[in-house]
Write a protein that binds this ligand. Structure first.
Ligand SMILES: [Zn+2]
Length: 267
């Protein structure tokens, strides 16, 4: 979608380079304004991609090389903006990262190996040799908070182990081909901690662009079994009293939302 933009049109600009994004240090973080009035170097908007709209204004992805100075803001990681900006604007930034990654990783056809080309009316890549077409990859993933009477199950994951103040969080895992979300929740919980659960309830979802997951959040209740952690995934998992919690994920994460919902269910 490289359609023309009117000279007087205001837009949101998602400028990416080397895995980072240009952000201002105040306000909405994402540069906004008229292309004619922003201090962009000549030509950087030539290959812009329309991502969608935020607050009725178009959002564009611009990819630049070598963290080029674009005249405003600093390059920051997407993670550093998590929980600090409006959820919908953050999701659009995540979309920018996912689409950038999609174009980079789909330059050649997975079916015949020829060069793929951008389609100009939707975000997709097409091989004009064999007609194979691909779309941005989205990986469905479940995440679940489990209650047992007035306690919540929280786990220390391998990836959080090295921190000085390790975060304890919910269980999560990728959905497998041909699996329902509910079956995935049951399987992941049993594989990771050896417990059977019941009352599985869908709560909410969150795009998680690290790099392309879609987290689908559930709550559930303990049914049976003793905790038996899978050492490939977890360091530890325990039942925590709601008044005596370890460090939990920050605001802005779906894990935090599910934990808070479960704490309310415990009260
Ligand atoms: Zn092909």
């Amino acid at each position: 979608m490289t359609e023309m933009i009117a000279a007087d049109e205001n837009a949101w600009w998602f400028i990416l380079s080397e895995g980072k994004l240009v952000a201002l240090d105040k306000g909405d973080f994402i540069p906004f304004g008229n292309i004619e009035e922003l201090p962009f170097p000549e030509g950087i908007t030539a290959n812009k991609v329309l991502l969608g709209k935020y607050q009725e204004q178009p959002c564009y992805l611009i990819e630049v090389e070598n963290s080029l100075d674009v005249g405003l803001g600093e390059y920051v990681t997407l993670r550093s903006l998590l929980g600090r900006m409006d959820d919908l604007l953050f999701d659009m930034a995540g979309r920018a990262f996912q689409i950038s990654l999609f174009y980079k990783t789909h330059q050649f056809c997975g079916q015949c190996g020829q060069t793929m080309q951008k389609i100009d009316w939707e975000i997709a890549m097409k091989c004009y040799h064999c007609q194979h077409r691909t779309y941005p990859r989205v990986s469905p993933c479940i995440i679940v908070a489990i209650r047992k009477h007035k306690k919540i199950l929280l786990a220390l994951h391998n990836r959080h182990q090295k921190s000085d103040r390790p975060i304890y969080t919910t269980l999560a895992g990728f959905t497998e081909a041909g699996e329902t979300l509910e079956a995935c929740v049951e399987r992941e919980v049993f594989e990771e901690v050896g417990l059977k659960i019941k009352n599985i309830q869908y709560v909410t979802s969150q795009p998680w662009p690290f790099p392309h997951s879609l987290m689908m959040g559930f709550t559930a209740d303990y049914d049976s079994g003793e905790i038996n952690v899978d050492p490939h995934e977890l360091i530890a998992a325990n039942w925590y009293d709601i008044d005596d919690l370890p460090l939990i994920p920050r605001h802005g994460t779906i894990a935090r939302k599910l934990i808070e919902k479960t704490l309310k269910r415990c009260r």
